[in-house]
Design a protein around this ligand. Structure first.
Ligand SMILES: N[C@@H](CCCCNC(=O)CCCC[C@@H]1SC[C@@H]2NC(=O)N[C@@H]21)C(=O)O
Length: 472
């Protein structure tokens, strides 16, 4: 009995729903409250179906997307009829049991009832409004704060979390950002959860702080993500965040191929996916998977000292063929992979990237000669659509055999690499390893993060752990 207790790893079932949101008509004049509610109910009808299916399959929690209930194309005025006043979860409220306690809140009530009736935690994205006095500093001229808000109802329908999006994306002028990043987490029988929304994932607060300072096991992530290759496709970056931070990551995206919105998944540090990515139809989709409740106890990757690791790697000359190219508005330093196999080092500012690779035999010599690959480094400030510091080491296929196209979006590739290893002396421990294959496929079980540094540390300091494998 004792033995089985020690050996058992607590698990739970998580679901995310990629939703093709029914959008409101673009209008300069606000619709009535009833018209707004009708539109939101049409979306919730679809979410309800997904919630029921997830619950029937045993899911404990389901995440639905950012903008998944009211859509977008709003001004501050036209979003107004879609907003409700969402109280602080401290008030201990089950809207389904007591719908009138905080005024008229049909959307909150319906979501709470869906959670309660299906005995499942429900995560949704709705709009919160808070009146303020225009004489107070920061209060908008129209006398209310509008927040892009994630809410969580537990399996009894109780409001247990409310999070206001901090890093609003371009065009979200209908919303206000809170004065400070909100850290929202809650405990469940299947681990500690943290929540943030979409663009937040590219910034330290609250995303990284939830993991580092608040020890969450699983991130809940409603998003409306427009994919950008080569490094910022939803499934690519969100699975990498799970691996890099050592946490589960439940990412639920909206689905609209004309805006490049697709890519949702149930990601964990050890397993990439299952996930959904579909640019061929407008279908929504439910993704369900079992997860370990406390992945951080089992993940060894988080906390690798990258700088120390990279300093142990032999540096190879990058030769004279170094050139510049743009990757999503960032100027990278590139060098071309000239041989069927080899090793290169390429540096930019304080970052040096090292690549060793071997192309598969047939591919290297014959069929895909026109596919040009480069290794690239970027160490600088990204300034488009928001500012954030980036250090990137990358191995990329160029769009064509013209080197000027290196860094542009490419979504197909035929060359096979028998193996490659890419590393860099990153000045942060938060490193997100991405591998993307032909036609925007992830590479589950096809790559590992090298934990040799563990071996090196333990070799010198703690001999007991020296039996760990070099390649995890
Ligand atoms: N206001 C938008 C509706 C969607 C807003 C929500 N989206 C986000 O907060 C973040 C999207 C992240 C996109 C990634 S990060 C930078 C890069 N640029 C992109 O275009 N895609 C990626 C609307 O009105 O459409």
């Amino acid at each position: 009995m004792l033995a089985s207790f020690w050996c058992s790893v607590k698990k739970f079932i998580a679901a995310v729903y990629e939703h093709n949101v029914i959008l409101p008509e673009e209008t300069a004049t606000p619709v009535t409250k009833q018209e707004a509610l009708d539109l939101m109910n049409r979306n919730i009808d679809i979410l309800e179906n997904a919630i029921k299916r997830a619950a029937q399959k045993g899911a404990h929690i389901i995440v639905t997307p950012e903008d998944g209930i009211y859509g977008w194309r709003f001004t501050r005025e036209t979003i107004n009829p879609y907003l409700e006043d969402i109280p602080d979860p401290k008030v201990n409220w089950i809207p389904c049991n007591d719908p009138k306690r905080y005024g008229i809140n049909p959307v909150q009530t319906r979501l709470s009832c869906l959670a309660k009736q299906n005995s499942i935690y429900v995560v949704a994205n709705i709009g919160d409004k808070k009146y303020c006095n225009t004489s107070e500093a920061g209060c908008p001229k129209d006398g209310q704060y509008n927040y892009n808000t994630a809410v969580v109802y537990d399996s009894e329908g109780k409001l247990i979390a409310r999070y206001h999006k901090q890093h609003l994306f371009l065009g979200e002028t209908q919303f206000n950002a809170p004065h400070e990043a909100e850290i929202v987490s809650f405990d469940t029988p299947f681990g500690r959860f943290g929540i943030f929304i979409c663009f937040d994932v590219l910034f330290h607060d609250p995303a990284v702080a939830l993991v580092v300072d608040h020890n969450v096991d699983t991130i809940l992530f409603p998003t409306a993500w427009m994919n950008v290759l080569p490094h910022l496709s939803a499934i690519e970056f969100h699975s990498a965040w799970a691996m890099g931070m050592g946490v589960n990551f439940l990412s639920s995206n909206t689905h609209l191929t004309t805006r490049r919105m697709t890519g949702s998944g149930v990601f964990s540090p050890e397993n990439i996916g299952p996930y959904y990515y579909n640019m061929d139809s407008e279908d929504g989709h439910l993704v369900i998977s079992e997860l370990i409740a406390h992945p951080r106890n089992t993940s060894t990757y988080y906390g690798i000292k990258w700088n120390q690791y990279a300093s142990t790697i032999k540096k190879f000359p990058s030769g004279t063929n170094v050139f510049k190219g743009n990757v999503f508005f960032d100027e990278f330093t590139f060098t071309e992979l000239k041989e069927p196999q080899g090793s290169y080092t390429i540096c930019q500012n304080d970052l040096c990237c090292h690549l060793s690779y071997k192309k598969a035999r047939n591919d290297a010599h014959k069929i895909h000669k026109n596919e040009i690959y480069v290794i690239g480094a970027f160490d600088g400030l990204h300034v488009v659509e928001g500012q954030y510091h980036l250090q990137v080491c990358t191995l990329l296929k160029c769009l064509s055999s013209d080197l000027q196209t290196c860094g542009e979006s490419v979504d197909t590739a035929s060359t096979k690499f028998e193996s490659f290893s890419l590393s860099g002396n990153f000045s942060t421990n938060f490193v997100f390893p991405e591998v993307l294959l032909d036609k925007v496929n992830l590479a589950p079980n096809m790559f590992k993060v090298n934990t040799c540094i563990m071996l090196i540390i333990c070799f010198y300091e703690v001999r007991l752990f020296c039996s760990c494998d070099c390649i995890k």
